[in-house]
Design a binder for this molecule. Structure first.
Ligand SMILES: Nc1nc2c(ncn2[C@@H]2O[C@H](COP(=O)(O)OP(=O)(O)OP(=O)(O)O)[C@@H](O)[C@H]2O)c(=O)[nH]1
Ligand SMILES: [Mg+2]
Length: 274
């Protein structure tokens, strides 16, 4: 990890601006804890990407949170929309005192699967970088020249080896930032179901009418999903693994609705500063 940090630090030293791509549904858990230090003398913009999947009210609260006290400039975008990606890029480039003849170098960093390569493709207007809804798609830094003398560097997602507290690991796994082979679906589904029951009962009612009457707990919810979706083993026993996979898949795709996994209020209550 020390080696990764050194490489990242060297790469950052060579660029003018850093675009930190976060997942709008989990702007804290998807942040790189050492990036702020590495970017000490650089302009860095936090981009809350995938805003189309997040709870809009919670995203607004996050933007207010970052704005308050000048913590860090932040915007929320859908990386698939050209005008939104371009606005974020222009915001960054406008911060640089620039001689038009000189190229502006912009680096896109973030943990896996937050949409870095997607944003690059959207900005370039063509598919330059490979993308995919599993982590660790991009393997090497890749430079692309954009209009207006801007060079943009796509980078592989970097995940930190120690993720604390445990809820952050669950949150990351539920979003798809951690490889599915490294997680226990049952635990993640249990975490996700508890969150949905507590925070998004109306969405559950609309998307999963078969849950009525509302489940008392996560296990009951997963069992009901298994039963409704035909996730059954021999003898009609519910296949909890399959039911868990179904819930996570539908949660990630936005099928259940616009959901945020963490809120600025949660963070305020822990007095944590980011
Ligand atoms: N709904 C939605 N999906 C997005 C958005 N941005 C990216 N995605 C999807 O998220 C998945 C991951 O996108 P990538 O661009 O490959 O993510 P990455 O950060 O480059 O991932 P690594 O290279 O593995 O670090 C893909 O399925 C994209 O289509 C967005 O704003 N909204
Ligand atoms: Mg990528």
């Amino acid at each position: 990890m020390l080696e990764t940090k050194k490489l990242l630090s060297k790469a950052i030293a060579k660029v003018d601006v850093v675009m930190e791509i976060l997942d709008a549904r989990l702007p804290v858990s998807s942040a790189n804890p050492v990036l702020d230090k590495l970017c000490k003398n650089k302009f860095k913009l936090k981009i809350l990407n995938k805003k189309d999947l997040a709870d809009p009210k919670v995203t607004r609260e996050w933007l207010d949170y970052f704005k308050t006290g000048g913590k860090c400039p932040a915007v929320a975008i859908c990386g698939l929309k050209k005008n939104e990606a371009l606005q974020a890029l222009n915001y960054c480039v406008d911060q640089i005192e620039r001689n038009r003849a000189r190229k502006v170098k912009v680096m896109v960093v973030g943990i896996p699967n937050t949409g870095k390569s997607t944003i690059l493709n959207t900005l370039a207007g063509k598919k330059i970088a490979k993308t995919g809804n599993v982590p660790a798609i991009t393997r090497h830094n890749q430079r692309t020249s954009l209009k207006n003398n801007i060079d943009i560097y796509d980078t592989p997602g970097i995940l930190w080896p120690v993720i604390k507290p445990k809820e952050r690991a669950y949150t990351l796994a539920a979003s798809g930032a951690i490889s599915d082979t490294a997680i226990d679906y049952n635990d993640i589904a249990f975490f996700a179901a508890s969150l949905l029951i507590e925070r998004y009962p109306e969405l559950l009612q609309q998307s999963y009418p078969f849950l009525e009457p509302a489940p008392e707990d996560a296990m009951e919810m997963i069992e009901k999903i298994g039963s409704a979706r035909g996730c059954l083993k021999k003898g009609g026993i519910i296949n909890i693994q399959k039911a868990s996979e179904t819930l996570i898949r539908e949660l990630r795709s936005g099928k259940i609705g616009n959901i945020s996994f963490e809120t600025a209020t949660d963070l305020d209550s822990t007095n944590e500063i980011i």
